[in-house]
Design a binder for this molecule. Structure first.
Ligand code: TYD
Length: 222
């Protein structure tokens, strides 16, 4: 059985990834393509607990190295429990964030650098890389204001505090944004960069085009 396609979505907080992943999953379902949707951190029972620890504002004193190691602990669990079995069964996996997030946020944002993140990926995750990464990168200004508005709303509605990253300063997000651009320039084959302040439908069109190009069903490209 051919392996499933491993597709990741990346971008800053507030880039609209979550909306797009839902739409893409709907598009895949309509075509009767076996699809699994997951996210990082989280996506497994253990991962959800790691996620809570990572995103809660009370974890404020978390050392950057500890933060990175927890991201990879979460990832190792997700790969073993969800991603690898799905791919092996021929299912396409749509994953909201993967190692590019660690490179952008811990490598760039926290200034640990790319090398250590890539080395950790090799040790923990091995050869597994996304076949396609959709990087949503509206302007930094737009991303920042969306993330802050969303965080305020979420905390008011659910009482759940997942705001540790959203409380970071603009300089942190600038470094994340720049690292994402660096990754896209380094790996243009894998990473499809969707830039600009586009509407939801326009972004979806670009996503579907990139995915369809890589999906081959019964020997035919969709
Ligand atoms: P999430 O709610 O998934 O963010 P969004 O919906 O904006 O994608 O929260 C995940 C947060 O964790 C986000 O701020 C980015 C951060 N993160 C890292 O710093 N490193 C990582 O490796 C991953 C996977 C996420």
């Amino acid at each position: 059985m051919p392996r499933g396609l491993f597709i990741t979505l990346e971008g800053l907080d507030g880039s609209g990834k979550t909306t797009q992943i839902k739409r893409l999953a709907g598009w895949m379902e309509k075509r009767h393509l076996k699809t699994a949707v997951t996210r990082q951190p989280g996506g497994t029972a253990t991962g959800d607990r790691i996620r809570e620890l990572l995103l809660d504002s009370r974890s404020a004193a978390l050392a950057p190295m500890a933060e990175m190691a927890l991201m990879f602990a979460d990832r190792a669990q997700a790969v073993a429990e969800v991603i690898e079995p799905a791919l092996a069964a021929g299912t396409t996996v749509l994953c909201d964030r993967f190692t590019d997030s660690t490179e952008a946020y811990q490598g760039g944002g926290r200034e640990l650098g790319s090398a250590i993140v890539l080395e950790m990926h090799r040790l923990v995750v091995g050869d597994l890389q996304p076949d396609l990464t959709l990087l949503l990168l509206p302007s930094l200004e737009v991303s920042l204001s969306r993330a802050r508005r969303r965080n305020d709303r979420q905390t008011a509605q659910t009482g759940k505090d997942e705001g540790r990253f959203e409380q970071e300063q603009d300089a942190f997000y600038r470094r994340v944004w720049e690292k994402y651009r660096e990754i896209a320039a380094r790996e243009p084959e894998r990473v499809v960069l969707i830039e600009g302040n586009l509407g939801i439908d326009e972004v979806q069109e670009q996503i579907v085009e990139a995915v369809a190009e890589r999906l081959v069903v019964g020997g035919k490209t969709l």
